[in-house]
Design a protein around this ligand. Structure first.
Ligand SMILES: Cc1cc2nc3c(=O)[nH]c(=O)nc-3n(C[C@H](O)[C@H](O)[C@H](O)COP(=O)(O)O)c2cc1C
Length: 205
């Protein structure tokens, strides 16, 4: 084994080692708005589901490593505590990647990438029409994990409304896993795609 004392690694090294090992990570494409109504859309792979009752997801917009500034998504959420978590499939991955470019604040990534804004039912930020699953959420807590470059900010988002594309549910309303075509982030520039050949079932003991 090769072992590292975490306190002796710098932030890019820690990020690189941990993101290769803690993978694959699902991707939340998060839409938010600021107080003036400007829309923002950005991807986050520090993301998962943490509770079903109440239904709560967590994602983490980190402080930028290069200059310790905060991401527009986080700034918007302090102003308007609502978001839509749009799930990412293979079909939209390239546009999702484009959304992560360093646009100036106030630039709407929907317009930059050609993704389509769809009005939400319970929250103000729009959904991504092309996303297979859209989760309208209200933010119940924001927890900064530090003040330095790379520090995460946990956003606890309670799911209020769930939208599925028609082909993802069977006639009884049950999800068809093979149809989701999900993608996930690994380390560096690596991604993986959940294809039917990669899927298997494991019965509970
Ligand atoms: C697939 C993917 C996943 C990402 N995950 C995160 C993440 O979990 N946390 C984070 O701070 N940045 C993450 N980024 C980078 C942000 O998307 C990027 O910094 C973006 O410009 C932030 O936008 P904003 O300032 O408009 O909120 C990710 C980028 C990509 C392409």
């Amino acid at each position: 084994m090769r072992s590292f004392d975490a306190s002796e690694l710098n932030t890019p090294q820690l990020q690189n080692y941990l993101q290769h090992a803690i993978a694959p990570r699902p991707i939340a494409l998060v839409s938010t708005i600021d107080q003036a109504g400007n829309v923002n859309l950005s991807p986050f792979s520090f993301f998962n589901l943490f509770s079903a009752n109440p239904p709560v997801c967590v994602f983490s917009p980190s402080r930028r490593v290069k200059d310790n500034t905060t991401k527009h998504t986080l700034e918007n959420l302090y102003e308007v505590r609502e978001c839509v978590i749009n799930i990412v499939d293979h079909n939209i991955l390239h546009k999702v990647n484009q959304c992560s470019a360093d646009y100036p604040k106030g630039i709407n990534e929907f317009k930059q990438t050609g993704l389509t804004e769809l009005t939400s039912l319970q929250v103000k930020p729009p959904r991504v029409a092309e996303s297979p699953v859209q989760l309208e959420c209200s933010v119940i807590h924001i927890m900064p994990l530090g003040k330095g470059p790379g520090a995460g900010n946990l956003v606890l988002a309670e799911v209020k409304q769930i939208h599925f594309k028609e082909n993802l549910l069977d006639s009884q309303g049950l999800p068809i896993q093979e149809n989701f075509d999900l993608v996930a982030r690994l380390g560096g520039n690596w991604y993986c795609r959940v294809t039917p050949e990669n899927l298997f079932k494991l019965p509970k003991p």
